[in-house]
Design a binder for this molecule. Structure first.
Ligand code: AR6
Length: 176
């Protein structure tokens, strides 16, 4: 499913963030040390190969709400933007920190002239953020940021299961 919002196409699709061949950048739901982990971080690092961790090691640690960019190595993309989402119930204010991840990732994408970027659902796995709350922050944030974008033309949300996809699709339908 997709929807045009101003000059940007916003998409929701089911899949694996490490298999987004047509996207210039993908976003990692990272850990503070930017190491290989479980979930999204595990999938991205496994696919990218060990050179990714060699690069991320120099940039770590990062605080919640922060984002950094690296190469993508064996991934089919040009860049990986690593975001540390808030741990739900622990990193405060969690709504602002989650919004900052999307805000900063899109800011970096703009700076690098990136035209297409795919996001996983940051913090809604191991970090415990309820997806119904997270999706509100995600869509409020992109609504705020889209009018400022000049380079980014496609924003894709990649969800791992049907229920998460449904939640994001409902939110996308309601956007404007
Ligand atoms: N592609 C797309 N989405 C995925 C994939 C995938 N390959 N795998 C899981 N998801 P998580 P977090 C979904 O835990 O909550 C890691 O161990 C998943 O269903 O990857 O930000 C890191 O090392 C969930 O909805 O990220 C950190 O320590 C969402 O992606 C910590 O987990 C995010 O799940 C980060 O936790």
């Amino acid at each position: 499913m997709e929807k045009r919002v101003d000059q940007v196409v916003v998409q929701c699709s089911k899949g694996d963030i490490a298999h987004q061949e047509d996207m210039e950048a993908i976003v990692n739901a990272a850990n503070a040390e930017l190491r290989i982990g479980g979930g999204v971080a595990g999938a991205i690092h496994r696919e990218a190969g060990p050179k990714l961790e060699k690069e991320t090691r120099k940039l770590a640690p990062i605080p919640p709400g922060e984002a950094v960019i690296t190469g993508a190595y064996n991934l089919p993309n040009n860049h990986v933007i690593h975001c540390l989402g808030p741990v739900y119930g622990q990193d405060k204010p969690e709504d602002k920190l989650l919004g900052d991840c999307y805000r900063k990732a899109l800011k970096i994408a703009e700076e690098y002239g990136i035209v297409s970027i795919a996001f996983p659902s940051i913090s809604t796995g191991a970090f415990g953020y309820p997806i119904d709350e997270a999706k509100k922050i995600v869509f409020l944030t992109i609504k705020e940021v889209i009018p400022t974008l000049e380079n980014v033309k496609t924003i894709r949300f990649v969800l791992h299961n049907n229920e998460d996809l449904r939640v994001y699709q409902e939110a996308l339908k309601k956007l404007y």
